[in-house]
Design a protein around this ligand. Structure first.
Ligand SMILES: Cc1cc2nc3c(=O)[nH]c(=O)nc-3n(C[C@H](O)[C@H](O)[C@H](O)COP(=O)(O)OP(=O)(O)OC[C@H]3O[C@@H](n4cnc5c(N)ncnc54)[C@H](O)[C@@H]3O)c2cc1C
Length: 395
């Protein structure tokens, strides 16, 4: 093995999580090690990052998730502070229209419970009655609704691809090395990992290995005999054109789980299966139209009568990397393999969590501590204990 095959940090997966970890680490004045990001598909065509709905919210039920997204909001609102290269700033195009969670009688108590937590943590959020809803959003059919929760600022959506390219560009400027290849093995020696092996037969020895493999995270963990409860679950997105404009509409989540938000003058919509519905593990990306016709469109047309007439422009599928324990991220070191770091299981909110998780893991690698946000509650230890941190607001 040559000396060029030695790195301080190897990151497996170069999409939003891997590139955020790399860039925040390279930005630190107290770290000057060699960072290599290994990515199996540099087009990122099938990565969750580029297939995402790219939205960000503060309306979580877990205080730590609120704080994690708060930093994400800061970064997408001020990319100039973090990602400028030669005076150029990525055009992340943050659209700050908010999220609107709708609830029937059955969901009202949860909405109010979440609201109390959010207000206690300074989230600008307002509870709306059905009458408020009709007044503010006359396009909503509120007949069966008992209330809603509206984010008043610091929530919306952005250009995920621009953010990814922004992280990568900044990282490269700071010396991050990107390597094309697929990690097929991780060498372990007792309670330490020693580095990674690639499909082309090469190897990189490393002091730290970071698993940022998205929906393939469990495959990567299995290379060191570690079981990670992270499963690839298919999520469909439908891009539609409507005959009417809803104006500056928020990302609206129906009690059925169907969400819809503006995408320029058009809309995107989709859903996650409810608890107990079939949700098999798969890396399939086929853009099935069936659920749009049978479920999504009828649900939307009931909630937004003007959507009775829609034109389906495009369909795509991506994968949530679902943490089957509790729908929350698994972040930080393995309890007994201290130089193996996880950044996995984001369960549909990894794009917005990438800035805080990247910053956090950079702190951990450089100093051995969480400096800004204590991410230890998200550690792998809870997986071994079976101790769920239940996030109630999953979209
Ligand atoms: C339809 C959909 C909508 C979503 N909407 C939102 C949203 O609105 N807001 C939000 O915050 N999040 C959302 N998400 C979730 C978000 O996109 C993901 O949580 C996030 O992109 C995860 O980033 P990642 O870098 O971990 O994974 P990925 O983007 O999947 O990247 C993992 C990378 O690792 C590489 N890789 C894997 N295995 C190996 C290997 N062995 N060797 C080398 N490279 C490897 C892959 O090629 C890939 O590029 C959505 C996801 C989907 C699918």
């Amino acid at each position: 093995m040559t000396s060029s095959d030695r790195a301080d940090v190897v990151i497996i997966g170069g999409a939003i999580i891997g590139s955020s970890v790399a860039t925040f680490l390279a930005s630190r004045s107290d770290f000057d090690g060699r960072i290599v990001v290994v990515e199996r598909d540099n087009t990122f065509r099938t990565s969750s990052t580029t297939l995402s709905a790219a939205s960000i919210r503060l309306q979580f039920s877990t205080p730590l998730n609120i704080e994690i997204s708060r930093f994400g909001v800061d970064l997408v609102k001020h990319p100039d502070r973090y990602l400028a290269v030669d005076g150029q700033v990525p055009e992340v195009d943050f659209v700050e229209n908010g999220y609107l969670f709708l609830a029937t009688d059955a969901g009202l108590a949860t909405l109010e419970h979440n609201h109390a937590i959010q207000r206690a943590h300074g989230v600008p959020v307002e509870l709306l009655t059905p009458a408020d809803l009709r007044r503010r959003f006359p396009w909503i059919n509120a007949d069966d609704l008992a209330g809603a929760s509206l984010g008043l600022s610091d929530e919306g959506w952005f250009d995920a691809h621009a953010l990814l390219q922004g992280f990568r560009r900044k990282g490269r400027e700071l010396g991050v090395e990107e390597r094309s290849g697929e990690v097929v093995g991780i060498d372990r020696d007792g309670d330490r990992v020693r580095g990674v092996r690639l499909a082309d037969g090469s190897a990189i020895v490393a002091d730290w290995v970071v698993n940022a493999a998205g929906p393939r995270a469990a495959e990567v963990a299995a290379m060191v005999g570690v079981e990670l409860p992270v499963r690839p679950r298919k999520r469909l997105v439908y891009h539609v054109e409507a005959p009417v404009s809803l104006g500056a509409a928020p990302l609206t989540i129906d009690p059925s789980g169907v969400y819809v938000r503006p995408e320029g003058p058009t809309y995107i919509t989709g859903f996650s299966p409810r608890d107990g519905d079939p949700d098999p593990d798969t890396l399939d990306l086929a853009p099935n139209r069936g659920p749009f016709e049978s479920f999504v469109w009828p649900t939307l047309a009931r909630r937004i009568p003007a959507f009775d007439q829609l034109r389906l422009l495009d369909t795509w599928a991506g994968h949530y990397e679902v943490n089957t324990l509790d729908h929350n991220a698994i972040v930080g070191p393995h309890p007994r393999i201290a130089n193996l770091l996880f950044a996995n299981g984001f369960s549909g909110h990894g794009l917005q969590q990438a800035p805080a998780v990247g910053r956090g893991l950079a702190e951990w690698i450089a100093t051995g501590r969480w400096e800004t946000l204590d991410l230890s509650p998200l550690g792998y230890a809870r997986v071994e204990r079976g101790d769920a941190i239940r996030e109630l607001n999953v979209v």
